[in-house]
Write a new protein. Structure first.
Length: 144
């Protein structure tokens, strides 16, 4: 079910990105599925609100690891999958880095370009192999 929640979070972040709207504005026309359990609803809200509230830091991290690809040049799907994965990797201690990367790669393969899975995996893989010192130079702390 978490993959479905991530897909829905991706759809909302995609809309926020394209329309330049806040989560509250998008939420006014979006209904959280009524069959979702409380844990699913909580995870969804955590992802979308977490990305929105930490967007400058998340984008600083992505930009540092996608040197030849500025955020504005990335496909919108890829950009938002990277945002979700980076949020999970840095802010959610109950999700392993490997799971965050795998989920982002699988969603990229499903919803984006033929090269997106490799692209997303490459950036997140570099990020996962980075040291705490590299993150501190960006002004962020990597979860242990």
């Amino acid at each position: 079910m978490r993959r479905k929640v991530r897909e829905t979070a991706l759809q909302i972040l995609f809309q926020m990105d394209l329309r330049k709207k806040t989560f509250s504005e998008i939420l006014s026309v979006f209904k959280i599925p009524s069959n979702w359990k409380d844990d699913d609803r909580s995870f969804f809200l955590s992802l979308v609100r977490g990305v929105e509230q930490n967007l400058p830091e998340i984008e600083r991290i992505i930009s540092a690891y996608s040197l030849d690809w500025p955020l504005y040049r990335m496909p919108t799907i890829d950009r938002n999958l990277l945002r979700i994965a980076v949020f999970e990797m840095f802010y959610l201690s109950d999700i392993s880095v490997g799971v965050s990367i795998n989920e982002a790669v699988e969603l990229a393969k499903k919803f984006s370009t033929t090269d997106s899975g490799k692209f997303v995996n490459g950036i997140l893989g570099k990020l996962a192999r980075s040291s705490q010192a590299e993150f501190k130079s960006l002004g962020v702390n990597k979860k242990e």
